[in-house]
Design a protein around this ligand. Structure first.
Ligand SMILES: *Cc1c(COP(=O)(O)O)cnc(C)c1O
Length: 364
């Protein structure tokens, strides 16, 4: 039995007819940049997921960039982010000239460790970028208490956590701004690039709306510096078709995760913690094992696809050599990178496939 790490074709084949009808309507109406499809999606996303207002953007990196612009981060400012995440979490800091400062994560959830965050704060710290990695919410009570004490701007990177909740509250409602990605492999994926920006504060929302279209409210009048961060019409159209299925897809991801949690019985394998405060949406199911590479090879022989997410923590990436970190700076993140392996978890997997993965692991 073959179990691919991810197969996007199944979901897209199932939705082919409504998807192509929606894309055709957008094509025929030439609603290519923003427009009704994107506005509808913004309303639908906000009401379905519990956000007051949403802005569609052209990637998950864009709203992070926009949030950094709005926060006013700049040269000399330090902003703390976890070392174990996708690099896009911190690109916005480089775009505005601020300095990423990394902090270590918790071994159990791969998320920012509040104790490590607290000791990373200096007089130059201006903000925090929190990531709800793999769909598991970070410890927002502790993180927000630290943020308030030091008056820091908090950005929540929810790229992997659409629909996730912390103590029952949707992620993204704790910080000053929140960002989402609709990259095709995400839990809610477009047919190309896409993302979203969420802010509860109306002034922040309005500023982001203006920045999205070249810093303008009226065409050709630019009151603030902006850029082009618009979502295209095709993404809005497809995401409107997909959004009604998200709850069922998330339920299926949780069921698969439950099967892994109950079924994997391998000495020395560490399964991801499921703390009571978080309701994960399981973007990834990532386990750790001291012989990770051999385990991966073993699974390949069993025709089980896996991936390394992530093989190198951000503080050891070449592009950040200039920041002066080295091996040993963040031992938990480094150990996670050295021992993690992500298993197949997408809604179309059958129970038989999941059991095949479990059997493969347990026979290692
Ligand atoms: C996917 C992702 C992003 C945004 O990526 P884009 O490819 O620009 O949509 C940001 N942060 C994390 C943690 C991600 O996984």
């Amino acid at each position: 039995m073959k179990v691919p790490f991810l197969d996007l074709s199944l979901q897209h084949r199932a939705l082919r007819e409504p998807a192509l009808a929606a894309l055709t309507a957008t094509y025929d109406a030439t609603r290519f940049c923003l427009g009704k499809d994107v506005e509808d999606f913004e309303h639908n996303f906000a009401s379905t997921l519990g956000y007051p207002r949403v802005l569609g953007m052209n990637s998950g990196t864009s709203p992070l960039h926009v949030a950094c612009m709005i926060a006013g981060f700049g040269p000399g400012d330090e902003v703390i982010a976890p070392s174990f995440t996708f690099i896009s979490t911190v690109w916005g800091l480089d775009y505005v000239g601020a300095t990423p400062v990394f902090a270590d994560v918790e071994a159990g959830t791969f998320n920012l460790d509040p104790a490590k965050l607290a000791v990373a704060i200096t007089p130059k710290t201006k903000g925090i970028i929190v990531v709800h990695l793999f769909g598991q919410p970070a410890r927002m009570d502790e993180i927000m208490a630290i943020a308030r004490q030091h008056k820091l701007f908090v950005i929540e990177d929810c790229a992997q956590a659409v629909g996730a909740r912390y103590q029952g509250t949707p992620v993204g409602l704790f910080g000053d701004a929140a960002t989402f990605s609709f990259y095709p492999t995400k839990n809610l994926g477009g047919c190309g690039e896409g993302g979203a920006f969420v802010a509860q504060d109306e002034a922040i929302h309005t500023r982001a709306r203006h920045i999205r279209v070249h810093g303008s409210d009226r065409r050709y009048y630019h009151d603030i510096v902006g850029g082009n961060f618009r979502m295209d019409g095709f993404q809005g159209a497809l995401l409107n078709v997909k959004l009604p299925h998200l709850a069922a897809w998330t339920a299926r991801r949780r069921a698969i995760a439950g099967r892994y949690l109950a079924g994997i019985k391998l000495a020395e394998a560490r399964l991801p913690d499921q703390p009571g405060y978080g309701q994960s949406v399981f973007h990834q199911f990532t386990i750790r094992h001291p012989q990770r590479d051999a385990l991966r090879e073993h699974l390949t022989k069993h025709e089980v696809g896996t991936d390394l997410i992530y093989p190198v923590p951000l503080h050891l990436q070449k592009c950040y050599a200039v920041l002066g970190y080295g091996p040993g700076s963040f031992p938990v993140a480094e150990k996670a990178a050295a021992t993690c392996v992500s298993l197949p978890i997408f809604p179309e997997l059958t129970d038989a496939q999941v059991d095949h993965v479990i059997a493969g692991i347990n026979s290692f």
